[in-house]
Write a protein that binds this ligand. Structure first.
Ligand code: C5P
Ligand code: MG
Length: 262
């Protein structure tokens, strides 16, 4: 039987020719969310890694919401492997001989989502490498176990469904919320030194549109599955982190994950 990724891969060729096919027959994201929620529970996914051994936390929020900053702190306290989808894509873009370099560059500059087959493969490879890395030891990394923060992913419903079903079922979503004004201020500040081609006002506007239209439905989906911790990331880093740490401690203490707003 073809897997979800196989089926979605069939459409990759079309996806790559965005201009000629984009407007046709794309269902509204809300409709997609409803359909996915309906099939959840009846599908019998067989992911590459078991949720009982590998803990996956998705970290979402608008551009500049503070995802990377919070992840870095979580790594220190809990020994997570932090995988930023954006960083993995930028590394692939700059890798000599990559067949996706040009595609990734233009998607990032335009604030568009890179076709998920590319991103999913990069993350899956990184997960596999971390699990096989003998230098990773200690809490959460014995006997084939591992713990991952997947930052800036899933940005679109197809990524969410495919990763949960084919790679590893996620345990929860950390969702950072703040105002667009704060996000803009943070990105422009970062842009002074980041060297990123999308840390400028023109790209930021496009990233916000993608975020609202394509990523918020993903949050909606996981909210319906009761897996989202929403954290206001407007205050100073320490304050946001105190809340973040509390939620993650509960997860590792075995408490049932439920939607919470902090
Ligand atoms: O998360 P970050 O801001 O680093 O992502 C930068 C860009 O990388 C996004 O605007 C998007 O173009 C691309 N990206 C993607 N799919 C993801 C994560 C990032 O296409 N899951
Ligand atoms: Mg980031």
């Amino acid at each position: 039987m073809p897997t979800i990724i196989d089926k979605l891969s069939e459409t990759l060729a079309e996806t790559l020719h965005l201009t000629s096919h984009k407007a046709e027959a794309e269902p509204k994201e809300e409709q997609v969310v409803e359909e996915y929620v309906e099939v959840n529970g009846t599908a019998a996914p067989s992911p590459a890694f078991e949720q009982s051994k590998v803990t996956v936390i998705y970290v979402l929020g608008g551009p500049g919401a503070g995802k990377g900053t919070q992840c870095a702190l979580l790594v220190e306290d809990f020994g997570f492997c932090h995988l930023s989808a954006g960083d993995l894509l930028r590394a692939e873009q700059n890798r000599e001989g990559s067949e996706f370099g040009q595609l990734i560059r233009s998607c990032i500059k335009e604030g568009q989502i890179v076709p998920m087959e590319v991103t999913l493969k990069l993350i899956e490879n990184a997960v596999r490498a971390a699990l096989g890395d003998e230098n990773r030891k200690g809490a959460g990394w014995d006997d084939g176990k591992g713990r991952f923060l997947i930052d800036g992913f899933p940005r679109k419903m197809d990524q969410a469904i495919a990763f949960d079903a084919e790679v590893c079922l996620s345990s929860m979503v950390l969702f950072y919320t703040t105002t667009e004004d704060i996000m803009i201020e943070r990105i422009l500040e970062r842009g002074k030194t980041s060297g990123r081609e999308d840390d400028n006002m023109e790209s930021i506007k496009k990233r916000f549109v993608t975020y609202r239209e394509t990523t918020l439905p993903v949050i909606d989906y996981y909210t319906k599955l009761n897996k989202v911790a929403s954290i206001d990331s407007s205050p100073v880093v320490e304050e946001v982190y105190a809340k973040t740490k509390g939620v993650v401690e509960k997860l590792f203490a075995g408490e049932t994950v439920q939607n919470v707003t902090l």
